[in-house]
Structure formats: C-alpha cells, structure tokens
Write a protein that binds this ligand. Structure first.
Ligand code: FAQ
Length: 334
C-alpha cells in the first residue's frame, strides 16, 4: 500500500551525492547521533535529514492548528461556564503548540508562509484524526482522553528527538497535553457517573474515537516507509506499532475506572512478545482519510482557508507596523 497520494505528495529526499559536504561534516553529524547528542540549526546536516524533519514537524504543526476545529465546534455549546473556559484554554494551547512547531520548522529554512500555503492548497498532511466529526459534548471527553492520550504516547519520546529545536518544543507541548488528557478523562468520568443518557453518550463517543485514535500512530510497521530511517536518525525512538501497543495497554486499564468499555474484544497481552495486541483496524479507511476523502477533510480545509483569508488584515497591519518600527530605528541610528 503506498500512502503517497496526489493530494499529499510529501517531500522527496535529495540524494546525498547531490550535496557538497564540507570536510568532516558528515563524520561530525554521525558522531553527534552516535553520542545521542542534539543536532542544532548551526550544524551541517544531510539534506535528507533536513527534509524529513520539515516533513514531520510541519505535518505536526498543521495537525495542532487543524486540530483546533473539532473542539472549537463545542465552545459555544459547552454545558457550563467552567467547561467553556477550560475548553477555550485548551484550544488556545493547541494554537500555541502549532506556533512552537512552525518556529522549529523555520529553523530548518522553510518559512511559515510556505508551510501555510501548502496546507491551504491541500498539498500538506495533517493528522488523520482531525477529519472526524464531533457529534456530542462527550466527544470533548473522548478527544481529551484518547486523542491527547495517543498524542502524548507518541510525543514523549519525541522530546529526545535528535534535532534540538524540535525536542525542546516537544517538552512544553507534552506538559500541556498531559493536562488536556486529564480534563478529557474527567469529562468522561462525570458523564459515566451521570444519567443513563449521559453514560450512553460517553460510551458512544469512545466507540467512535477508539479506532481513529489507534490509527493516529501511523500505518503498521511493515507499511511505514519513513520509520526505519527516522529511527536511525534518532528522530523517532519507537516504531508506530510499538507506540500503538503501549497506548492500548494504557487505555485498557483506564477505561475500567470509567466503568465503560473499549469497542474491541480482541485486546490481549501477548506474553511471548511482551506487548498489547488489539483487533483489526480498517487501514482502507485510513488511506481514504489521507487521500482527502475522510468525513470532514473538505470542511476542515475550507475553514482553514477562510480563517487565513479573514486574517489577511492582521498580517498586513503587523507587517506595516514592523516596517514603521524599522524605519524609525534607521532614522534614530542616522
Ligand atoms: N495522519 O512512514 P510513516 C495532536 C503519513 S497532534 C496523517 O509511518 P512517519 C495534538 C506520514 O506523514 C497529532 N498522515 O510516517 C492535538 C507519511 O506520509 P508522507 C499529530 C499520517 O512520519 C490533540 C505516511 O503516512 N502528531 O494530536 C498519519 O515516520 C487534540 C507514511 O507513514 C504528530 O504529528 C496520520 N495519523 O510516522 C491537537 C506527531 N500517520 O509524509 C488538537 C509527530 C502517518 O511520507 C486536539 N509525527 N501518516 O507523505 C510523527 O510522530 C510521525 O510523523 C507519525 C508518522 C508517527 C505520525
């Protein structure tokens, strides 16, 4: 199965021989990796390493920004003022995560404008999970518990990613995601202990978000073209399946505290492999979502495009202000 589609062609690695490599630079890069040290923006790095990072960090940044939409859908309908303010703070946190990540990607030489253009033109990827609809308030709980939970599981190892600006951004992101996960769990706990209808709503949300949250970890290892190289470069520390299995082990215990169930009878701990196993996932559905044909892809991109157009005056005003400041500074120096 090839996941490269016309809608999201991804970035192609430049062959190493096309680069002119300064003396000793490749050896220094490899030594930093061998020592498990950080590569910093000032360091020489292979072009393919740079492109892989831009690919992963920009898709991560876009995910945070598009990921604001499913939850923003419930801000005006939150059941209380307290829930509304918590949800608004969470959605704002996601915007902040997007900004840290765009900044980390910019240190690799790709301007944020270019990444944004690719996103709104439908050329860039963002996480599959944000193409599913949020149908009830309980979805705010399921997103916090399952989606932020999966994000943490995937992102804690990224705090040790070999590229310094990415790893450091992830430290702060993970701290905030862990608060997000707890607020989602608490929403579900309250619903699970509420009326029969509320309990039913919580179970329905878990039933709908379970499989998509497992697919967030990416395709199975034998179908993941980037994993091997990314692991050799100490960007990814664990494979997609390893992290998925770890996540299943976490939620299978947590769901018991909710007194609810996961929609998967096949979950078991495999003693021989020492890992959690889950039932089959619909990878065709995943492929469809990646190709732009998920339930909400068109809506998410249209909304992002609209927000970009609506924000044009802010960018123009900021640029005019910066030009004015620069001119004033120039006059002062003269
Ligand atoms: N969705 O070879 P691999 C969040 C693509 S943030 C879409 O395995 P890789 C916070 C992949 O890009 C969620 N595309 O790729 C939040 C590649 O395509 P390409 C985002 C996917 O990079 C919570 C192709 O498939 N988190 O949730 C997905 O080694 C609540 C082949 O795959 C991150 O981005 C997918 N699920 O591993 C916000 C974490 N999976 O680029 C708001 C950082 C795979 O060759 C509310 N990223 N693809 O055209 C990563 O850890 C990795 O990039 C993976 C994919 C694990 C996602």
């Amino acid at each position: 199965m090839s996941l490269h589609t016309d809608a999201s062609p991804g970035l192609q690695a430049v062959p190493a021989e096309a680069e002119s490599v300064p003396d000793g630079a490749q050896a220094h890069f490899e030594q930093l990796l061998a020592e498990d040290s950080r590569i910093e923006p000032r360091d020489w790095m292979p072009e393919a390493y740079r492109k892989t990072l831009v690919r992963q960090i920009s898709q991560h940044a876009h995910s945070e920004i598009i990921g604001m939409q499913p939850e923003a859908n419930w801000i005006t309908r939150a059941p209380s003022l307290k829930r509304k303010s918590i949800l608004m703070a969470k959605v704002q946190d996601e915007a902040g995560h997007g900004l840290y990540l765009y900044s980390a990607a910019e240190t690799l030489g790709t301007p944020r404008e270019k990444m944004t253009e690719d996103l709104i033109a439908g050329k860039a990827r963002y996480s599959s999970i944000f193409n599913y609809p949020t149908l009830s308030w309980a979805d705010m709980g399921a997103i916090g518990w399952l989606v932020d939970g999966a994000a943490i599981c995937n992102q804690v190892p990224l705090c040790r990613a070999s590229y310094g600006p990415y790893g450091r951004a992830m430290v702060r992101v993970c701290k905030e995601e862990s608060f997000h996960q707890r607020q989602g769990f608490e929403i579900l706990l309250e619903l699970a202990n509420g009326t029969g209808a509320q309990r039913g709503m919580a179970q329905d949300a878990i039933n709908r978000w379970y499989a998509p949250s497992l697919m967030m970890f990416g395709p199975p290892d034998d179908d993941s073209p980037n994993s091997k190289q990314s692991m050799a470069w100490n960007i990814k520390r664990f494979s997609n399946d390893e992290l998925r299995s770890r996540f299943v082990g976490m939620i299978v215990e947590q769901v018991k505290v909710l007194g609810l169930t996961l929609p998967d009878d096949s979950i078991r701990f495999n003693e021989d492999k020492q890992q959690w196993e889950h039932g089959p996932l619909d990878w065709n559905e995943f492929k469809e979502v990646l190709a732009g044909r998920g339930p909400c892809n068109a809506q998410r991109l249209a909304r992002r495009r609209e927000a970009h157009e609506d924000g044009a005056w802010v960018r123009e005003a900021a640029a005019a202000y910066a030009a004015k400041q620069a001119a004033a500074q120039k006059t002062e120096v003269a």
